[in-house]
Ligand binder design. Structure first.
Ligand code: AHR
Length: 387
């Protein structure tokens, strides 16, 4: 633990947050081209008025970091991870653990919160009590954070949020993750173009959503629902599969009891749910995928998901990029050096499809910009390069 440094970093953090809040928008380093350009432009940060104070703080922070490095001290980081519910989550954990490593001067304390929000709050409180230098949180749900983040703030511990977002507090230094609403919008835009191309006149959709109240679920549902409304599609039902294969299978088994023969689209909010839903449809003799009666849409695009796209079992898979470890390390390094960090960093996320007929989709993204983005047809090389 390097308390002096933590306190100084928090002072630097407050200054950098003030500067960031002063700018009109977010900073996007890896968003799809147009969004990125627009957001980056809008984010051109103005110099903070408290420049002298900031310079003094930065100098002190840098000095303390140098001193700590000279003394061979490691930086302690507590990471409160959501759980282990999906292939995506495994990739996220691996990414953070390999970036925030001993070799990179970091002593990482990892807690798997097993999708339990109370356990996650407790993990963060334990990190505060231990006096770690930084806390990294992947929030299970987006609300209920302000009190504990205030406690971290009071203790002078900078918090970095990854993947999912926090809606009810701004007491964290930086966030890196996905624009989930764009993922849902892209899925809707793709389905609209796909059914038009295939001459399918009616959309009767079942949704298997992710963990209720997570920003990944909220964004994907909201984005897709815009198309449901605009296109007058029939969304028959939406139930949570909690982002697990077991959950996806159970929900689909129950859907098959209620709606067999009445649906032609299933939207699974992650690959593992899609695997479960596919197993249930297979067992019930329902045909799906490229040559079947039911169009399967998924999110994540992990290796096993893309294998199913290649096999034609999933029609379209919208990537959610879990490789946030290096960004996280970069944020910590910048804070250690007393530099300003971006308030928001969006991961780059391509859209994958099984058939090569549609080349791109155009839609209005969550920032209100009309964007045209390519559809990547999955081949073996794409699968081999996946996470
Ligand atoms: O928050 C990211 C989501 O959580 C991923 O889509 C899902 O696989 C994971 O469990």
């Amino acid at each position: 633990m390097r308390k002096t440094l933590s306190v100084l970093l928090t002072a630097a953090m407050a200054t950098s947050m003030l500067a960031a809040c002063g700018s009109s928008n977010t900073q996007a380093t890896q968003a799809p081209a147009e969004t990125k350009a627009a957001e980056t432009q809008a984010a051109a940060t103005t110099a903070a008025p408290a420049e002298t104070k900031a310079a003094e703080t930065v100098a002190a922070v840098t000095e303390a970091a140098k001193e700590a490095e000279a003394n061979g001290e490691t930086i302690t980081v507590g990471f409160a991870q959501v759980g282990h519910e999906s292939d995506w989550r495994t990739a996220s954990t691996n990414s953070v653990q390999s970036a925030l490593s001993k070799e990179n001067g970091i002593d990482l304390q990892f807690v798997d919160c097993d999708n339990d929000s109370a356990a996650q709050l407790e993990a963060v409180r334990n990190f505060i009590q231990q006096g770690v230098d930084y806390i990294v949180i992947d929030p299970i749900v987006s609300t209920g954070w302000d009190t504990v983040l205030t406690e971290a703030d009071d203790a002078g511990i900078p918090v970095i949020v990854i993947d999912r977002t926090i809606d009810d507090s701004d007491k964290y230094v930086s966030w890196v993750g996905s624009e989930f609403t764009n993922e849902g919008l892209a899925a809707g835009a793709w389905l609209k173009a796909y059914v038009a191309d295939k001459g399918i006149s009616e959309v009767n959709a079942l949704v298997i959503s992710g963990t209720t109240g997570s920003s990944a679920q909220i964004g994907r549902s909201n984005g897709f629902d815009k198309y449901v409304e605009a296109e007058n599609w029939n969304k028959i039902d939406e139930q949570t599969g909690d982002f697990t294969q077991e959950g996806g299978q159970k929900v689909m088994e129950s859907y098959l009891k209620s709606y067999d023969g009445k649906f032609n689209v299933v939207v699974c909010q992650n690959d593992n749910e899609a695997f479960g839903a596919i197993d249930a449809m297979k067992a019930a003799g329902v045909s799906y995928g490229v040559d079947g009666d039911v169009i399967v849409i998924s999110f994540d695009a992990c290796t096993a998901g893309l294998q199913k796209v290649l096999a034609g079992e999933i029609n379209a898979d919208f990537q959610c990029n879990p490789l946030q470890g290096p960004d996280c390390l970069n944020i910590i390094k910048k804070l250690e050096a007393g530099e300003t960090v971006d308030q928001k960093t969006f991961m780059a996320e391509p859209w994958y499809v099984a058939e090569d007929k549609l080349k791109e989709i155009t839609y209005t993204n969550n920032s209100g910009n009309e964007v045209t983005e390519p559809l990547v047809v999955v081949d073996q090389a794409v699968v081999d390069a996946a996470y």
